[in-house]
Write a protein that binds this ligand. Structure first.
Ligand SMILES: Nc1ncnc2c1ncn2[C@@H]1O[C@H](COP(=O)(O)OP(=O)(O)O)[C@@H](O)[C@H]1O
Ligand SMILES: [Mg+2]
Length: 317
């Protein structure tokens, strides 16, 4: 190879290397850019997922709202009427006392006063009024407690858990879910509940509450008039299990594959969003648990939520 040829080869090699370096740099820049885009997309997805969870809640809340209004309206109705009769009765007691007062002031004999006192007691039916008031008071307090409970259960349903797990009593979470669904279910199905003794776990109350609300609402929508739903919880080894079993129409093999797919629904618009099970699946997974399904067309379906019992909170000192 002559020196000139060598130089040419050298230059060509140098040029190629430069091109290769340029290519590498371009590629790295592209990679960096698409990585940034991916991170951004991932964040947007997370945000969307959070929004979806919230909108599924709101959609089921829409269905729940009418029932909940009724559930609150009922006790309010009798509290209102209790207070109205309380006012009337108080006026009678006031009249009776005024009358007694006048009599004492008018200087009648003790005998006369005693007689008209007894008469007044009978006319105004004071003994009955007083005992009736005790009942009204007990009933009123119970009604107010029911309203308070419903409002607090609704709050726990709509609340967004902040990022931290807290000690959760799964039975309490289940009870709250049953309570806010009560009006929707009580005219349609019979619910049997059996709470087993459970350890407290670390988790997200709102999310688990939403899981139970959806599973119970699904069961209620799957059964015929007067259908049966069995809700039970138990500790099974290292697992907390919550089962919701119905004797409804069941799920076909074909549909079983899609149950947890977002937007899969067999319900008419307005009744189903198709998001309940996919969100429930994610929420249960966040607790290190799983959802199992057993179903037979025509005889019923059992959903079982399994949560690790081992995630008990650290004992406080
Ligand atoms: N207990 C059940 N019995 C029968 N089918 C069920 C039951 N639970 C869920 N499904 C089926 O799974 C589908 C998806 O449920 P889900 O994700 O909660 O959405 P949605 O209730 O809004 O339809 C339902 O539309 C229904 O076809
Ligand atoms: Mg549902």
């Amino acid at each position: 190879m002559t020196e000139a040829e060598f130089h040419k080869a050298y230059l060509r090699e140098k040029e190629l290397r430069k091109q290769a370096e340029q290519l590498l740099e371009d590629r790295s820049r592209e990679l960096y850019r698409s990585n940034a885009q991916l991170t951004e997309a991932n964040q947007a997805l997370h945000e969307q997922q959070r929004a979806m969870v919230q909108s599924e809640k709101m959609a089921s809340l829409g269905v729940l709202a009418a029932g909940v209004a009724h559930e609150i309206n009922n006790p309010l109705g009798f509290i209102y009427s209790n207070f109205s009769s309380l006012v009337e009765g108080l006026q009678d007691i006031q009249r009776f006392l005024n009358q007694a007062d006048q009599m004492i002031a008018s200087g009648q004999t003790v005998e006369q006063i005693r007689n008209s006192w007894r008469e007044g007691l009978m006319i105004y039916d004071i003994a009955y009024l007083l005992s009736d008031y005790q009942n009204l008071a007990v009933e009123t307090v119970e009604g107010l407690e029911r309203v308070k409970q419903i409002v607090s259960d609704l709050k726990s349903f709509t609340r967004q858990d902040d990022g931290n797990k807290v000690p959760v009593d799964v039975n309490e979470c289940l009870r709250a879910a049953l309570n806010i669904l009560n009006n929707q279910t009580k005219y349609h199905s019979q619910i049997e509940v059996e709470y087993g003794e459970l350890p407290v776990i670390q988790g997200y109350f709102g999310k688990l509450n939403q899981v139970f609300v959806n599973l119970i609402a699904n069961a209620d929508q799957a059964v015929e008039e007067n259908g049966l739903i069995r809700v039970s919880s138990r500790l099974n080894g290292q697992w907390i299990e919550v089962s919701i079993a119905d004797n409804g129409h069941g799920i076909s093999e074909e549909h079983k594959k899609y149950l947890f797919t977002p937007f899969f629904t067999t319900k008419p618009v307005g009744e189903g969003t198709g998001l309940g099970l996919s969100i429930s699946h994610n929420s249960v997974e966040e607790h290190g648990g799983e959802i199992r399904v057993e179903s037979e067309v025509g005889s019923g379906t059992t959903f079982t939520v399994r949560l690790p019992a081992g995630s008990a909170p650290a004992p406080s000192d």
